[in-house]
Design a protein around this ligand. Structure first.
Ligand code: ADE
Length: 222
């Protein structure tokens, strides 16, 4: 998969692409991530990318030209263009699975007070990562990219995402490591029993119990 990200703040992505599982996925060619500075596409002599909104009231608004030119130069017939905005459809694990099947994603990060409405016409899909407003689309772009990349073949062990929270609309079961007892808190006996059928049964029960307690809305959805 290839992911092109359009942003005014490319340095925000240095940690994201330079560490941990995402770095490994890049190094092993499971994903190619290109970070593009929107400013590089500006035709303005001063590389201006935003201006005052017509009608007044708001602060600076991202202009269409740099983003149209960037998307049009990167887009192929295999591309899906995503616009990060709090007005988009709310992101979830099902969407992550769907997007992990795509060949090429172009992700546009909005910033400042907003972007010119005409930029929306470039997007195949507008995505929000939740009902709260961030200062820009960079963190949302990293959040969705991370959730997609970890689903690509060979990035993490498949076992790890088969039982993820939200697969089958259930939360994950609790896990423990050494020591067997810490501050008076003990690892459940069944996990030390070596009895795999019982362990699996306990885990399924825990998933259901947790979901009932914490996210009853997910059970209703089922
Ligand atoms: N940009 C600012 N807030 C956002 C959100 N919640 N989701 C996606 N993009 C955003």
């Amino acid at each position: 998969m290839k992911i092109d990200i359009l942003t005014l703040f490319p340095n925000m992505f240095l940690g994201f692409i330079g560490e941990s599982i995402i770095k490994r996925a890049i190094d092993s060619n499971k994903v190619k991530i290109n970070i593009h500075n929107i400013r590089d596409y500006s035709k303005d002599p001063h590389k201006k990318v935003d201006d005052y909104g017509f009608g007044g009231g708001r602060g600076m608004v991202l202009m269409p030209q740099p983003i149209f030119d960037a998307v049009n130069s990167l887009k192929t017939k295999d591309s899906k263009v995503i616009l990060m905005t709090p007005q988009g459809i709310k992101y979830n694990q099902t969407k992550a699975y769907e997007l992990s099947k795509e060949k090429h994603l172009i992700i546009i990060c909005g910033h400042y007070e907003g972007f010119d409405e005409r930029i929306r016409t470039l997007a195949d899909i507008e995505i929000s990562i939740g009902d709260y407003v961030l200062t820009g689309g960079e963190i949302p772009a990293m959040a969705i990219s991370d959730s997609i990349i970890r689903l690509l073949d060979g990035v993490i062990e498949e076992e790890s995402h088969i039982k993820d929270s939200f697969n089958d609309d259930l939360l994950d079961y609790p896990v423990y490591t050494h020591p067997v007892e810490y501050n008076g808190l003990k690892v459940p006996d069944v996990l030390l029993s070596g009895h795999h059928a019982n362990i699996n049964k306990w885990r399924e029960e825990q998933r259901l119990k947790r979901t009932k307690e914490r996210r009853p809305d997910l059970l209703e959805k089922r």
